[in-house]
Ligand binder design. Structure first.
Ligand SMILES: C[S@@+](CC[C@H](N)C(=O)[O-])C[C@H]1O[C@@H](n2cnc3c(N)ncnc32)[C@H](O)[C@@H]1O
Length: 282
């Protein structure tokens, strides 16, 4: 009887794997490595090792340690867009009683509000880069808010950066009136959802009512900064500020912040033009 050595079968099975199949297996491995490196760059915004030069350095890192930061905590999966005008999201404002007085270590520090803070990467890095500010992120998706607050705790900046689950349009007045005038120094709106379709444009964050409220509560010299890769959105924001008045508008050629937002990173990597507008309260 012929007893084949193990290598014989291995040889046969290798020979039967067709070139396209081998190619597919190889490209899947390549794809996973690429995806992992990409996700690292997108999300690992707290690690200066991983993302030294404004987050653009090409260096793979450990997904578990660097991206998620907290063992067992994964970035939540989310739908591409939500409708902020839908009944259940319209008046969303989960503002815990402890915010702001029992959150920040120094309540009198100037406040930076980030609208549409997503997973919090931008504000968490800002809290490290400019610790003289307090930070609050406003985000409509609860899972991202929970993730961002968990990351803040893990990074040891929970007494500087906090995230609220709310619809910025309806909650902004309550948030601004929690502070004495002059404390809210800066509001950022990084890469807002563009809502290209005409009938959906009323879902955009910047609307006349929002700008009116900003004008009511912001002290002279406070800033609103909008960054976007969509020219139409930049024009829309400028038109609304212009029509309401009370702000001086400047076009910025570079980011006024020392760190990029998540979306800004991917736009920069893809060579997309970024439009930046600064509105200073008169
Ligand atoms: C395109 S993402 C940009 C995220 C981040 N600012 C960046 O630059 O990487 C827009 C974010 O705004 C949030 N958002 C949209 N409308 C909102 C609203 N009315 N209030 C609060 N957050 C909102 C979305 O859930 C999403 O996380």
């Amino acid at each position: 009887m012929f007893i084949a050595p193990l290598g014989f079968f291995r040889g046969i099975s290798c020979a039967f794997i067709t070139a396209p199949a081998r190619c597919a297996a190889f490209s899947k491995a390549q794809y996973l490595t690429r995806k992992r490196t990409h996700v690292c760059k997108q999300l690992c915004l707290l690690s200066s090792e991983c993302l030294s030069e404004k987050g653009l350095e090409e260096r793979p890192c450990s997904l578990k340690q660097e991206v998620y930061g907290i063992p067992g905590l994964k970035r939540p999966r989310i739908r591409q867009h939500v409708n902020p005008l839908s009944q259940h999201l319209k008046a969303l404002a989960e503002i815990p009683a402890e915010w702001p007085n029992q959150i920040y270590s120094s309540h009198s520090s100037p406040l930076h509000v980030d609208i549409g803070s997503a997973s919090g990467a931008f504000l968490l890095r800002m809290a490290e880069a400019q610790p003289n500010f307090n930070y609050v992120g406003l985000e409509i998706r609860r899972s991202l808010v929970e993730f961002a607050n968990a990351r803040a705790k893990s990074a040891g900046v929970a007494n500087k950066a906090f995230f609220l689950c709310c619809n910025a349009n309806t909650a902004i007045r309550r948030i601004l009136e929690s502070y004495t005038p002059g404390i809210v120094r800066r509001i950022s709106l990084n890469f807002p959802d563009p809502y290209f379709k005409r009938r959906q444009q009323k879902r955009r964050v910047v609307q006349s009512e929002l700008v009116r409220i900003l004008g009511e509560y912001l002290a002279t010299g406070s800033e609103f900064i909008c960054q976007t890769d969509v020219l139409e959105v930049d024009s829309h924001v400028r038109e609304i500020f212009d029509s309401i008045g009370g702000f001086v508008c400047e076009e910025l050629s570079v980011s006024p912040f020392p760190v990029p937002s998540e979306r800004e990173l991917s736009c920069t990597r893809n060579g997309r033009q970024i439009y930046r507008s600064l509105f200073i309260r008169k």
